[in-house]
Design a protein. Structure first.
Length: 129
């Protein structure tokens, strides 16, 4: 399988979690930030969207955050830090810096004209089948 150009890998999405060792009042956050989405009858988390970096951070009463939409690990960490700063500015007392963990990275690869038979790969790999 030779190709004339190098494969191009693109990160599509990075998911990071943050744990604050405290509880959040999502109703108070909603009052402070009218642009957030919070419909507890449909979903228990609040969605806090940022334009830069373009991400969505889910905030839960448990003190957990899930950030999605980042294009790098650094961007995910930056987004969580920015949401935390915005909460702080709005009067939400944060007792400590969050513990941030990268949970998942989704990437795509352009192989050019190389044909990949995924079924053949799965059948030939004992750990995948």
């Amino acid at each position: 399988m030779k190709t004339s150009s190098s494969p191009k890998v693109t990160i599509q999405n990075v998911v990071a979690t943050a744990r604050f060792n405290q509880r959040f009042d999502l109703n108070a956050i909603t009052r402070a930030f009218p642009h957030v989405e919070y419909r507890p009858e449909r979903f228990p988390g609040l969605v806090f969207r940022l334009e830069k970096p373009k991400t969505a951070t889910l905030i839960f009463t448990s003190g957990r955050m899930f950030c999605t939409g980042a294009k790098s690990e650094g961007e995910a960490r930056k987004a969580i830090s920015k949401v935390a700063r915005e909460l702080w500015k709005a009067g939400v007392i944060l007792h400590e810096k969050p513990e941030i963990t990268i949970q998942n990275i989704v990437a795509s690869m352009d192989l050019g004209d190389v044909v990949v038979d995924l079924e053949e790969i799965v059948n030939a790999s004992p750990n995948l089948g």
